[in-house]
Design a protein around this ligand. Sequence first.
Ligand SMILES: [Zn+2]
Length: 128
Amino acid sequence: MDGLTLKGNKVNKHKVGIKPVNPEILTMSHAEWWDKGKELFGEDFNKWRFVCAHCGEVQTMEDFAEAEIEKGNQKVFFSCIGREVVGRGCDWTLGGFFQIHTAEVIKGDGTKVPVFRFDDNAGKETTK
Ligand SMILES: [Zn+2]
């Protein structure tokens, strides 16, 4: 069973309403999340592609590193790169009051951390 992706539920730019509760939250353990990322993008976390839950911007750690943003490894799955880079994305962060995330990871201590979804169309479209 492929429980880590919901097909046909891709975030569309400009079509995402702000909802306090999302009925389709995908919850996974940290190990499941890690395995899924590796399955989709390989071992190199820098190349993992995350989709902003609000605007649909796709971003990677490499983007954050290129823009010389500190702690990109903690932001890439949590805050839209538009908060730091002019001309990209939006100013969304999952740490805000409105919770619109559609995926969350359970940490070792049992707390759930909201995360951006993986860009699971990676590899299906021709890039570069
Ligand atoms: Zn965004």
